[in-house]
Ligand binder design. Sequence first.
Ligand code: FHN
Length: 417
Amino acid sequence: MDHAPWFTEARFGMFVHWGLYSLAARHEWVMNHERIPAAKYRKYFDHFDPDLYDPREWAAAAKAAGMKYVVLTTKHHEGFCLWDTALTEYKAPNTPCGRDLLGPYVEALREAGLKVGFYHSLIDWHHPDFPIDAFHPDRDRPDAGEINKTRDMARYRAYLHGQVRELLSNYGQIDYLFFDFSYPNAGGTVPAGDKFPGKGRKDWGSEELMAMVRELQPGIIVNDRLDIPGDFVTPEQYQPAGAMMSGGREVPWEACQTLNGSWGYDRDNLDYKPADLLVRMLVDGVAKGGNLLLNVGPTARGEIDVRARETLAGMGEWLRVHGRSIYGAGASALVPPQDCRYTRRGNRLYVHLFAWPFEHLHLPGLAGKVAYAQLLGDASEVAMSVLDADQEAGNMTPAGQAPGTLTLKLPIQRPNA
Ligand code: FHN
């Protein structure tokens, strides 16, 4: 049973990483990678003023890409909050921006008919009670061990739960909550030599947190990074993200991808994946019963940059033609030949060609079951309606064919051949 049909129907979402790191325009871990002391990092807070921020533009870019939901970082590991939280001063309304950024985001998505997702970091390198550990920017400090004696994880846990309560109480229905991330066994030794374990469900109070989430937003989807074994999503216990096939039963999961290797806006990183490669990633995921959450990192001024928008628009064009082989589609029990993927929706099988030309495409296991084969679009999809042999006599297997194999002669030409 599919406990969140919208998630399976959607198949494709937009991830948005946006925070003070967007001003550094290097990577969302810049504070950590460059060991930027809090006092120096404060300059980004003092200059945060996204004058071009218009979440309706983000929603339009998502729709142009064929995406059906959006997940925005409410707070990333740096600890800066995009909304008007009552629990810290380290928030957008206290910067030159001067306002809550989540309200307009939620409104824009709803107006555009997109599902609303929040990302929320469990990790918080700004909070005074978040202990220094192997991932913390201050881990090289010789006095890290001493500092940790003054830090109270229970106080941080209360802050974490309080902020999640705000997020799930003050913005209406939220469809998806993406926690990030647990590292219960990361261990790592702070310089003081005392081994500081990673952080997992006991540190976050994950079971209580999950109970509160379900109480506030009963139908919400939650990802599987709270370090609760087998946790995912809705009260019916979806399988964890990344669970491929469980006992032959397809279970929804989700892969996260960047456009260029950085989640936050990385100005000088021109290594954008081409749209057709991203389409193949999407097809590959759906062929395994999963979703793709593809990331954009808006600039400090609040815009999705033109390279990202062009890439997404290219994907949207493919989906405009072939979306029926993706939305609501999933894995087929049939095994495709190399360089092919099968996605199935109802009794229709879609054959996606990852390489060509094929003179003859041998499709094992289809013979005798295909009512018709139809070549669609630019040959990146061959749509077949697969009917059970006892339903429909339409046997496409030409005489003399090897039993069990359907061979199609495909007039496939390379694009721009
Ligand atoms: O550390 C984060 C990272 O910055 C990014 O937010 C990704 C997105 O899935 N999650 C963590 C790494 O897995």
